[in-house]
Write a protein that binds this ligand. Structure first.
Ligand code: GA4
Length: 328
């Protein structure tokens, strides 16, 4: 089922009164584990503060992204076309999805990143790859910390079962830099222009950091029936954490991947930097045996991350692709 709207304009209900869980990583460990698990079960989403990623690393990465997106179109095209990695503008994925966004989609391992930096910046590839590598290293560390809290909170014997997958040298993690230009026309409807249509992230976990411009919206799972989107207030000092489909599968549906989208701001440019923590292509994503119980019988088949990627690129952005891997 394709959920994403074919039209670039949306008119869904937007809810205002709802609180996003905030996890303070400087807090006592037991409080953190409980809240992280609860947030991932109920919403698949939370905000993390006192996260340990130095602000100057985020600002350097952001400055490098701003510099890249300010290049003339022809120069940016040298880093593309995105197929699926590289520079892309308006076209998302391989199945005809579009959005009011330009982006750089990069592999998050140091050697591929440094290699790609030559196509991104002829003047200063080292400067770009240095900023990106340092940023990715810091967010990977944060992602591992969060995944280990989850492992602990879920009561797993092996609390590193998730973090090990993304520490793997062959991890298929990605870094995405998104640039959303303000709506150009002043039509009333433009305040609802879609930058990036609704979807869940396919990977294990996503760490998103943006500038101070609004745009991210989430669809809380409990708002079933009429779609009720919740706008997330931007916070450039924090990270937003999103559960991905792979984590939903491995936890046998106990943690839920969150549907989200990005809306273009009427007057300001929005820049988001998104780290998608993924396993290696041959990793198996079967539900962890401890997550399968009498109350929660096994609900997903065994499949590799490579199988899942193949499925996701053959489908539209808004597809509930994890449903294809449910046990009958
Ligand atoms: C959504 C999450 C990430 O941005 C992404 C996207 C990917 C792409 O832009 O190439 C996909 C999308 C995302 C899921 C379905 C397919 C693949 C576009 C698309 C239509 C990089 C990812 O891993 O999956």
């Amino acid at each position: 089922m394709v959920v994403a709207s074919a039209s670039p304009l949306i008119h869904d209900k937007v809810i205002q009164s709802f609180f996003i869980p905030v996890i303070d990583l400087s807090q006592q460990r037991s409080l953190r584990t409980e809240l992280v698990v609860k947030s991932c079960e109920k919403l698949g989403f939370f905000k993390v503060i006192n996260h340990g990623v130095p602000l100057n690393l985020s600002l350097k990465m952001e400055a490098a992204a701003v510099e890249f997106f300010a290049l003339p179109g022809g120069e940016k095209q040298r880093a593309g076309p995105s197929s699926p990695l590289g520079y892309g503008s308006k076209s998302i994925g391989l199945k005809g999805d579009t959005g009011e966004v330009e982006y750089l989609l990069l592999p998050a391992n140091p050697s591929s990143l440094s290699h790609r930096a030559w196509t991104i910046s002829r003047e200063g590839p080292e400067k770009f790859s240095c900023a990106a590598n340092k940023y990715v290293e810091a967010v990977r560390k944060l992602a591992c910390e969060i995944l280990e809290l989850l492992g602990e909170g879920l009561g797993l014997k092996d609390t590193e079962v998730f973090s090990r997958m993304i520490r793997d040298r062959e991890s298929d993690s990605l870094l995405r830099l998104n640039h959303y230009l303000p709506c150009s026309s002043r039509e009333e409807n433009d305040k609802n222009r879609v930058g990036f249509g609704e979807h869940t992230d396919p990977q294990i976990i996503t760490l998103l950091r943006s500038n101070g411009v609004e745009g991210l919206q989430i669809l809380p799972p409990f708002s079933s029936g009429e779609a009720a989107w919740f706008p997330v207030s931007p916070d450039p000092t924090a990270f937003f954490v999103l559960v991905g489909d792979a984590l939903q599968a491995m936890t046998n549906g106990r943690l839920v991947s969150v549907r989200h989208r990005a809306i273009v701001h009427p007057y300001s440019s929005r820049l988001s930097m998104v780290y998608f923590a993924a396993p290696s292509l041959h990793s198996c994503l079967a539900p962890i045996p401890e997550m399968v119980t009498v109350q929660r019988p096994r609900c997903y088949k065994s499949f590799t991350w490579g199988d899942y990627k193949k499925a996701m690129y053959s489908l539209r952005l808004g597809h509930n692709r994890l449903d294809l891997f449910r046990v009958d």
